[in-house]
Unconditional design. Structure first.
Length: 277
């Protein structure tokens, strides 16, 4: 390569020209992609709503509450204060299974939320799916149970999807929310070894409801993206040209050194020739 570049300086110009062409083409590709994205960001209400409970039967060591909710829901939360030690909270949904796991009560700290990638890197639900779930009081005497009714809706209230245009994207989001819309009846049972006075316990239930809010195209700043892409390409070009340019300039310096050596030798030889015998 060193000899080729030394004998043919046009090779270096060709490499530089190809590198600049690559920069222009890829820069335009990044710029056009940032202007016209096929991805859309949508927002749902993600509002936590209190549910009105109705007390039903009260038997030996049990108190029963019922409730009915209608809408598109993700999280459902149950909390009981005053349940005696050794008691149990049992919640059953009518007509729809739901996910739950003991670790979900710590979800606000970001530890666990049911959804995790499997061996094929696909997001799956790792919680227990059933009609009935239960919980017992913790060390502070508070009984908490948290579940998930639908795992297709965005748990944080924000999601993304790919569509041909914004109208189609909005239709898909609205269809997703409509598919999750349902009416669920709940039966909440408090159990203990002895009779429970309803006045001594406080039972609360909340659900997180989702309604469509808005949707917008996913946008990138073309100037910023173009700057970073240009920086990356220039860095790659520099690394690609560094070696051949080093060979080229090294060979030129070597030729100059050899030329100076030859000139010095010829000058010395001429001096010897001119001296009298």
């Amino acid at each position: 390569m060193q000899k080729s570049i030394a004998r043919n300086p046009n090779m270096l110009r060709t490499l530089i020209g190809l590198g600049l062409t690559l920069i222009i083409v890829l820069g335009y590709a990044v710029y056009s992609a940032s202007l016209d994205s096929e991805y859309y960001l949508y927002t749902t209400s993600n509002e936590e709503v209190d549910v009105q409970l109705e007390q039903q039967d009260q038997g030996d060591g049990t108190v029963v509450f019922t409730a009915e909710v209608t809408g598109a829901f993700t999280w459902v939360n149950f909390s009981v204060e005053g349940l005696p030690a050794g008691g149990e909270l049992e919640v059953t949904s009518g007509g729809q299974r739901w996910w739950s796991h003991p670790a979900l009560v710590e979800w606000k700290s970001g530890i666990f939320n049911c959804l995790a990638p499997d061996d094929d890197f696909e997001i799956v639900n790792t919680c227990d799916l059933s009609y009935t779930h239960s919980a017992t009081p913790d060390d502070e005497g508070l009984t908490r149970l948290r579940g998930l009714l639908d795992d297709e809706l965005p748990l944080s209230g924000m999601g993304s999807l790919r569509a041909v245009n914004e109208t189609v994207a909005q239709e898909e989001v609205e269809q997703m929310i409509a598919a999750a819309d349902s009416t669920v009846t709940w039966r909440i049972v408090l159990r203990a070894e002895h009779d429970i006075d309803p006045a001594d316990v406080t039972v609360t239930m909340t659900v997180v409801e989702h309604d469509f809010v808005n949707i917008e195209p996913f946008k990138l700043d073309p100037v910023t993206e173009g700057f970073w892409s240009l920086t990356a390409l220039l860095g790659c070009l520099f690394l690609v040209l560094l070696l051949p340019m080093g060979f080229y300039y090294g060979s030129r310096l070597k030729e100059k050194a050899e030329a100076r050596g030859r000139d010095a030798a010829l000058a010395e030889e001429s001096e010897h020739v001119g001296e009298p015998a």
